[in-house]
Ligand binder design. Sequence first.
Ligand SMILES: [Cu+2]
Length: 405
Amino acid sequence: MTKFTNPGLMKTNRRNVLRGSMLAGAAAMAGATAIARTRAPKINAINETSTKLYKAAAEQTADSTAKPADLSGYTRVKQELVAPPFAPVHEQVATGGPKIIEITMETTERLMVVDEDTGASVWALTYNGSVPGPLIICHEGDMVELTLRNPVDSMMEHNIDFHASTGALGGGGLTHVYPGEETVLRWKATKPGCFTYHCAPGGAMIPYHVTHGMNGAVMVLPRDGLKDKDGNQLRYDKIAYIGEQDYYLPVDENGDYKTYEVAGDDYSDSIEAMRTLIPTHSVFNGAVGALTGENALTAKVGETVMMIHNQANRDSRPHLIGGHGNFVWESSFTDAPLQDMETWFVRGGCAVAAMYTFEQPGVYAYVNHNLIEGVLLGATAHFVVEGTWDNALMEQVVAPRSFET
Ligand SMILES: [Cu+2]
């Protein structure tokens, strides 16, 4: 099937649909000034290198005479993935032997409003239609078996790189799917912790897809559950899964956010905006206000919430205003958690788990404590917590009043 991705500009066939090199060529023709900067590496050259890298990984495996994996002793289960901020049904302490966890994700491209007030929107590239993609949960020693499906009406090629996995570019080299294709990848979870996954089709398409929402998190729990530094069991009552997304949305000469007909049409403008390294937005769960107001997270006094924060591209520093990170796993679940943290650190390209038991009712803001990003760029969520106020912890002794001068 032949389709015109840029009418009048370039013709391609299905196997070449919006491959990075083709789009970069189109971008160079359409907006050479946007991309050809002094000393800036040529994007099509980067693409070529990266494409070869991915091919090499795929071919290496295809030529391999490796013996089949021994799947005896594993039980197959299906995990129904759910949209953020929720988590799939799971056990905190594994029962039974190791499992092969079957999941399915679709690489859906959809127009999303990022900020209703300004009209900012993005042709989001997603796993299962959400930004971030769904949270996947397994235990150390389990296998994750993903069916990755690219809908027929997609404009682009997609794949997936699991930071929790080992080999073949995190699976990126084995999972390239064009519109109308599906692939199945199985990998073993050998490292306990929270990990990012993201699309990485090659070249400039890697940051383009990641900054268009194509990322999410996997939580690999220890088989015997989470522990504090003394080995005491830790359990949570609920999970709040928060994906922080930096967007670089193009604006026109009047400063208004540009709109585009189909996914991929913003490629050349987006590359230019991304090169500034200054995001126009840094939001939680895809859009300004996705976790505030009517969409706020909820909890009760005495409940323990596990906050999982994913940032696939940039560093972040979450802070729960009015609360703490009682236990924070910035690295892996193998390490003892940090305790009683005020603000913790999410290295760009990773996911971090922080556990807190609410002690007071009210509205708590969970922010990126670069407060410019938290307040001006959108990285704020709210927890609305019900319960009884504890004056022993805090009391307004005197309400604000005038004082005598
Ligand atoms: Cu993608």
